[in-house]
Ligand binder design. Structure first.
Ligand code: G3P
Ligand code: CA
Length: 242
C-alpha cells in the first residue's frame, strides 16, 4: 500500500505547517504528515517553511532572528487563501510531538538547513524524537545531504531520506551511500521505471508534491512506497480503488 503524507499538513485546504493543517491531515485519512523545521534565535525548533516569516504571517524578519515567543504571537494564516475565523500560530516541533502522542501518524521532518545550516539542529531534533519515543514514527529528510549523514551517525535507528529535484543516476546507490533507506524526489525527477527499480533495491520512494489525480493513480498502480501531497483526502479516496 502506498502511504499518504500530508505536505505541510493538509496544506491544500488549510494554512500550511499549522496544527489546524496537521489535525485536518488526520481527519483526511493521511498516514503521516510532512513538516518543515528551523531554529529560532533562542534555539527552539519551529515549524515553518520559509527562512523568513513574511510570506505566511503578519510579521517580518528571519526565523533565526526571532525568539519562539515572538514567532508564536504571529498569525500563521495571515496570507493564507483558506479562510479561518480563528488565527493560527506557528507551532513548535514539541507541540506537534505532544499531539502525535494521541494518534499513530508518521511524521516526516524536513530539516530546512540547505541555505542556513543551523548548527546543532540535528542534535536538537534527534533529542526531541528520543524524548517522545518517536524513533519508529519519524523520518528525517533534507536537501542538505551531509546533514542526513550526520543524523544517521547520531541516531542510527531513525529513517533518513534525501530530498532532490534533479534527475539522479541509480538513486538507490546514492541513497545507500548516505546511509538512507529512502529517497524523496520531486515528482518530475523520477520515472516509474526508476521508482520500481529503487524499491526493488529496498529503498523507499516518496515523491513530492503529488497533487494531480492522474499522478496519484499512476503511483498507486505501481505501489509506490508513499506520496507527499497537499490533498491527502483526495489521495485517500483514490487509493481505495487500488
Ligand atoms: O518534503 C517534500 C517537500 O516539502 C520539499 O519541498 O519546498 O515544499 O519544502 P518544500
Ligand atoms: Ca517540506
Amino acid at each position: 500500500m502506498t502511504f499518504i503524507f500530508a505536505h505541510r499538513g493538509s496544506a491544500g485546504t488549510h494554512p500550511e505547517n499549522t496544527m489546524e493543517a496537521f489535525v485536518a491531515a488526520e481527519i483526511d485519512g493521511a498516514d503521516g504528515i510532512e513538516l518543515d523545521v528551523q531554529l529560532t534565535a533562542d534555539g527552539e525548533i519551529a515549524v515553518i517553511h520559509d527562512l523568513t516569516v513574511d510570506r505566511t504571517t503578519n510579521g517580518s524578519g528571519y526565523v533565526n532572528e526571532l525568539t519562539y515567543s515572538e514567532l508564536s504571537k504571529l498569525k500563521a494564516n495571515y496570507h493564507s487563501l483558506h479562510f479561518f475565523k480563528k488565527s493560527c500560530r506557528i507551532p513548535s516541533l514539541r507541540e506537534v510531538f505532544e499531539w502525535l502522542e494521541a494518534n499513530d501518524l508518521l511524521c516526516n521532518i524536513e530539516l530546512k538547513n540547505a541555505v542556513n545550516p543551523y548548527r546543532g539542529m540535528e542534535e536538537k531534533v534527534v533529542e526531541l524524537v528520543h524524548e517522545y519515543c518517536l524513533e519508529r514514527r519519524v523520518l528525517i529528510s533534507s536537501f542538505n545531504h551531509k546533514s542526513l549523514v550526520h543524523c544517521k551517525e547520531i541516531a542510527p535507528a531513525i529513517i533518513t531520506a534525501p530530498l532532490y529535484n534533479e534527475v539522479l543516476y541509480k538513486p538507490w546507490e546514492y541513497a545507500a551511500s548516505l546511509g538512507a533507506s529512502g529517497i524523496h524526489p520531486k515528482l518530475k525527477s523520477i520515472s516509474d521505471r526508476e521508482i520500481i527499480d529503487t524499491m526493488a533495491c529496498g529503498i523507499a520512494v516518496r515523491p513530492y508534491t503529488v497533487n494531480k489525480e492522474k499522478d496519484m493513480k499512476r503511483l498507486f498502480a505501481i505501489d509506490c512506497s508513499a506520496i507527499i501531497t497537499d490533498y491527502p483526502g483526495k489521495a485517500y479516496r483514490l487509493r481505495e480503488q487500488y
